[in-house]
Write a new protein. Structure first.
Length: 251
């Protein structure tokens, strides 16, 4: 028996035809994505500044993309992992044991793709400042540009004021996706952390360090292609669509 779906225009079509249209146009209605519109009043200016740093960095300058990912859990499954086989997917137990957490500070050298990272048990202004000092130390004497989120720690602000050769480019509030190190955080999470089990925080930290060392042996810079105008145009499209929905719902 063929099922039919009734459209509002009064035209009937089978669900097979609808599925065919979805496949041909690569539509996946069962999947959802999230978005967030920044409310930063200086959004456009910050996008232009950071993207300009990626696409046209100052001559002979070192550009570092810096951020942190916090509370990385050392999770250990209660039973051994069942590996993938020809007729079965990989399986792991739903329940797990928590062995603690660590925080990862990382700096991506935009020009080379190399990553400098450090795990710490805490994450405060002093921890972040100590990391930034280590990240910029190998480039002492050069013109250094840092892409990072907005600062709220006075010790970091004070240190930057005393180091005029270090220039900070802030990403817009609520727009961490524009910071290239976030792309790398996603890669290490997918490839090394999410699919692993850890019997202790020490084991977790070692795996993170080993991953960074391996990454740097074949590091290549990310290819950033989106211009500031293209990004702003996409954001405006989303804003227009949101306004249309709000206006229609208000009728």
């Amino acid at each position: 028996m063929v099922k039919f779906i009734q459209r509002t225009e009064g035209v009937s079509m089978s669900h097979h035809y609808v599925a065919k249209l979805w496949r041909e146009n690569r539509l996946k209605p069962h999947r959802q994505r999230t978005f967030k519109i920044s409310k930063d009043p200086a959004f456009a200016e910050k996008v232009a500044d950071v993207v300009g740093l990626y696409l046209d960095p100052p001559a002979a300058a070192v550009v570092l993309s810096i951020d942190e990912t916090t509370q990385i859990q050392a999770l250990d499954r209660t039973q051994p992992l069942l590996p993938i086989e020809f007729d079965a997917s990989e399986k792991r137990t739903h329940d797990y044991v928590r062995h603690g957490t660590t925080n990862l500070f990382a700096a991506l050298h935009v020009g080379t793709g190399e990553v400098f990272g450090e795990c710490t048990p805490t994450r405060n202004g002093a921890d972040f400042l100590a990391f930034v000092k280590k990240a910029v130390k190998p480039h002492k004497g050069k013109d250094i540009h840092l892409a990072m989120d907005n600062l709220s720690t006075p010790e970091v602000v004070t240190w930057l004021e005393k180091n005029p050769d270090i220039h900070v480019h802030f990403t817009p509030v609520g727009s961490s996706w524009i910071n290239q190190i976030e792309t790398w955080f996603g890669i290490i999470t997918r490839q090394s952390i999410r699919r692993s089990t850890f019997t202790s925080v020490k084991v977790l930290i070692k795996q993170i360090r080993d991953y960074i060392d391996h990454w740097n042996t074949t590091a290549k810079p990310f290819t950033w292609t989106a211009t500031a105008d293209e990004i702003l145009a996409k954001v405006r499209t989303v804003q227009v669509n949101i306004k249309k929905l709000v206006d229609n719902n208000a009728k």
